[in-house]
Design a protein around this ligand. Structure first.
Ligand SMILES: CC(C)(COP(=O)(O)OP(=O)(O)OC[C@H]1O[C@@H](n2cnc3c(N)ncnc32)[C@H](O)[C@@H]1OP(=O)(O)O)[C@@H](O)C(=O)NCCC(=O)NCCS
Length: 189
């Protein structure tokens, strides 16, 4: 069963495992270069659920896709987004779905734009970004998508609350226990 929901604060190890399962190419596309396990572990520890929120796509209880939304409290209110989907789950609409859901979260936190940086040869990500209103520009060997974020409305607040309820219900249905996942050594992922 496929479930979309926000990661709870004690679940960053699920994101860690998901990012470690990405193959070398996808990992390099996510971080704009090759990174090792230690980098991914310390990256995930910075996620606090307030400044950085993660929406996950779970398949049978395992995190297979994630949208990391990094919020900016400056007057520019520019949020940054990074999306990842494991290879065997790509091309099923998960990446686009995660982006659409992240847009609702950014909107409800009064962000004015959503920025995504990716390498120039990452055509797949650029294709997804073009589905949304905004601009795509090239700088320093990277493509930068700037997606416009509309003002929040009662409707967008309800949409997020409804998605939260549905996600929690789906996870409980899937047998998800409200406790931290066990920590596994990377070799057994
Ligand atoms: C980018 C990524 C998140 C996309 O996830 P996904 O679940 O495959 O995305 P979707 O299935 O929603 O959409 C893929 C779209 O790209 C299109 N596509 C696939 N290969 C393509 C290519 N080489 N060039 C252009 N478009 C391509 C598909 O046809 C599909 O288009 P459609 O929705 O119009 O049918 C995923 O590939 C990924 O995790 N890549 C590695 C990490 C990364 O690059 N992250 C982005 C930088 S932060």
């Amino acid at each position: 069963m496929r479930v979309y929901r926000k990661l709870l604060p004690f679940e960053t190890s699920r994101l860690e495992h998901h990012l470690l399962r990405l193959d070398d190419d996808d990992r390099a596309w996510r971080f704009s270069g090759g990174v090792g396990e230690a980098f991914i572990v310390s990256h995930c520890r910075r996620i606090d659920g307030l400044q950085a929120v993660v929406i996950g796509c779970f398949e049978d209880g395992v995190l297979r896709g994630a949208a990391e939304l990094w919020l900016d409290r400056s007057p520019a209110a520019r949020a940054e987004l990074a999306v990842t989907v494991e290879r065997a789950w790509q091309d099923q609409g998960i990446g686009s779905d995660l982006l659409r859901r992240a847009l609702v979260l950014a909107r409800n936190r009064s962000a004015r734009s959503l920025c995504m940086l990716c390498l120039l040869d990452n055509r797949r990500m650029q294709h997804i970004a073009r589905k949304f209103e905004g601009s795509l520009s090239l700088l320093d060997g990277q493509a930068e998508a700037d997606i416009l974020v509309p003002y929040p409305t009662q409707g967008s607040l309800w949409e997020e609350a409804f998605a939260d309820g549905l996600g929690l219900f789906g996870s409980l249905w899937d047998g998800f226990a409200l406790q931290p996942p066990p920590r596994e050594p990377a070799a057994r992922l």
